[in-house]
Design a protein around this ligand. Structure first.
Ligand SMILES: [Zn+2]
Length: 292
């Protein structure tokens, strides 16, 4: 198995935990969008969180979208995951470059700056659930921790990391989400805090050869870890020419006619995976027939 998520509980179901390795999916996203290192780090963190949060959903067709609208040079990010941990996403300005931050790390917080995080859960009901919080640091993991606490009233600890190779490909990526259930007792909470405080960063652990299972063992040392299952996760976009056709049809007759009048094929790119779809003039004429 390449990328995967381990779902687990500890301390007699007082704690639930997700840990993921996501190097391949983040590298796939990087190649699809040709992201700069800081954009790869930001998108990779959000994709990793999205994959884990997607797998928290009950139905396999339920979708979860993490959207960040921000004032920083990255311009914004969107990630969507389904219940099977298929995840896709993009950043608005993939070419953003920034000097390293005060710790010598990729400055994800600087790339995002101020903004709003929206969590949209579509469970097939009439209206999707939407939770929104302000960004607290723009580093994404802290922003999600804050979101869980304020919007879902769940005390959590979120860690996400992406480490780049010198050639700007992805060297390591992964993360974890720990959530305390409402009845968790003080001893469990303090033990967890103790474990968390002694823990190196996710990428440091992955670099040292740790895998999601061993990271979970460290997180829950002395707390009776129980691994529930392992779920494969991947960067996957479900776009296809038919869906793009529907989008073109929906823009209306006038727009399509003006494309036809240009006598040039039209290229439409999928936001999520950057796949190109070409429509020649004859195809556009056929779409015009189908449009209202
Ligand atoms: Zn796509």
């Amino acid at each position: 198995m390449s990328d995967y998520i381990v779902r687990a509980t500890a301390a007699g179901h007082q704690v639930r935990i997700f840990a993921a390795s996501t190097k391949e999916l983040v590298e796939t996203a990087r190649q699809a969008h040709n992201t700069s290192p800081v954009a790869t780090a930001a998108l990779g963190r959000l994709l990793t969180a999205g994959a884990m949060m997607g797998s928290m959903q009950k139905g396999e067709k339920d979708t979860l979208t993490l959207q960040i609208q921000c004032s920083g040079p990255i311009g914004g990010l969107t990630v969507t995951a389904d219940g099977k941990a298929n995840v896709k996403g993009y950043v608005k300005n993939p070419e953003v470059m920034l000097p390293p931050n005060a710790y010598g790390k990729l400055d994800v917080g600087g790339a995002l700056a101020l903004g709003v995080l929206s969590v949209i859960k579509d469970m097939g009901l009439k209206e999707p659930y939407v939770g929104q919080t302000q960004l607290v640091s723009g580093e994404i993991a802290e922003d999600l921790t804050y979101y869980f606490a304020t919007s879902e009233q769940v005390n959590s600890s979120v860690a996400l990391g992406v480490l780049m190779e010198k050639d700007n490909t992805v060297k390591q990526a992964g993360g974890f989400i720990i959530q305390l259930l409402p009845f968790a007792d003080e001893l469990v909470i303090s033990k967890l805090e103790e474990n968390l405080n002694g823990l190196p960063s996710v990428t440091t652990m992955l670099e040292a050869g740790e895998i999601p299972e061993t990271i979970l063992e460290k997180l829950t040392a002395g707390m009776d870890l129980e691994i529930l299952d392992r779920v494969p996760t991947r960067f996957y976009c479900d776009c296809c020419k038919e869906k793009v056709e529907k989008v073109i049809i929906s823009i209306g007759k006038d727009e399509i006619q003006s494309m036809i009048d240009d006598h040039e094929p039209v290229e439409v790119n999928c936001h999520f995976c950057n796949k190109h779809y070409m429509f020649d003039v004859d195809e556009l004429k056929a779409l015009l027939q189908r449009s209202r």
